[in-house]
Design a binder for this molecule. Structure first.
Ligand SMILES: [Zn+2]
Length: 305
């Protein structure tokens, strides 16, 4: 039988342990489809959330390899952040069906669709998925514009506040910090890109209209006429002629694209191949959204000099 003193101490230790467990359980369990949303969730959620990201930063977001662990992650999620606008339509719906998690059903506060409230670029006059068009509702790669990333972060903060009202103020203040960090960086990135306004560059494919718009450059010449379809020699010949005529200096390539094709075109034109990525973590020291943008701007401005 413990003494009164020991009993008090025992109770205190037990209560401390219990609160420890409760507060650990109280963390919001957030799943993000893609690493850019994951980075924003960490900025906004801080240590109030645990974030797991489904796609690898080097994967094509339209064609993510669905692993069995995804269903487990979705089953226990308090919130899911997806791009929407058909960005993940090729792989997410069957996983959600298997997970059967009412907290992240469409329309629930736990289902955060980043494209909601975003004005999409390049919306086709008539939605068609013919000939490999994966942007039937408009271009869903809006996160390449840091100003849109701020709006998405604010959306995430509002949703976290709704799911976890006790910590609403913290999510809001974390968002404000992210907003201030982006605003400061926008000055820096804008200054670095200013000398290249109006220039045209080539990309493997088309996730960059928002990025191009933000910095006043043109990215509308592509090595791949359709995603995942290797370019024909005649298409490449056209691209090379166009690059020479417009004196284009850079070809941006993502990790999931064929770098050799870009290298061939570069050697035929004198342009530089620039390794680019949409997703934080694709290159060393790019684990956050801002670090990745830093690297992209540094690489591109160096190539265009
Ligand atoms: Zn796309």
């Amino acid at each position: 039988m413990p003494t009164n003193f020991n009993m008090k101490k025992y109770l205190l230790v037990s209560l401390t342990l219990l609160f420890g467990i409760l507060s650990a359980q109280a963390k919001l369990n957030v799943v993000a489809t893609l690493p850019d949303f994951g980075s924003l969730a960490r900025e906004v959620g801080g240590d109030l959330v645990t974030v797991s990201v489904m796609a690898k930063p080097t994967e094509d977001p339209h064609f993510v390899d669905a692993r069995p662990s995804f269903v487990v992650q979705l089953r226990t999620a308090d919130a899911l952040i997806e791009g929407g606008a058909e960005l993940e339509i090729g792989w997410l719906p069957p996983l959600l069906q298997n997970a059967r998690n009412p907290r992240i059903e469409a329309g629930k506060p736990g289902r955060i669709v980043a494209s909601q409230g975003i004005r999409l670029m390049n919306v086709p006059a008539s939605a068609t998925r013919a000939a490999g068009d994966v942007h039937a509702l408009g271009n869903p790669h809006f996160m390449t514009d840091p100003i849109i990333a701020k709006a998405v972060a604010q959306h995430i903060a509002q949703a976290f506040g709704e799911i976890d009202p006790a910590n609403k103020a913290t999510y809001e203040s974390n968002y404000k910090k992210f907003e201030a960090a982006i605003n400061a960086k926008l000055q820096e990135w804008g200054t670095a890109m200013l000398p290249f306004k109006g220039q045209s560059i080539v990309a493997s494919h088309d996730p960059w209209p928002y990025f191009a718009h933000r910095y006043g450059i043109n990215i509308d010449t592509f090595l791949e006429p359709k995603p995942g379809i290797p370019p024909s020699p005649s298409h490449l010949a056209e691209v090379i002629a166009q690059m020479k005529a417009q004196k284009m200096k850079a070809i941006i390539v993502e990790p999931f694209h064929d770098r050799k094709i870009a290298e061939r075109v570069a050697s035929a034109t004198g342009a530089k191949v620039v390794d680019f990525a949409q997703y934080p973590g694709a290159f060393p020291n790019t684990d956050t959204y801002i670090k990745l943008q830093d690297l992209l701007i540094a690489r591109l401005s160096a190539a265009l000099k």
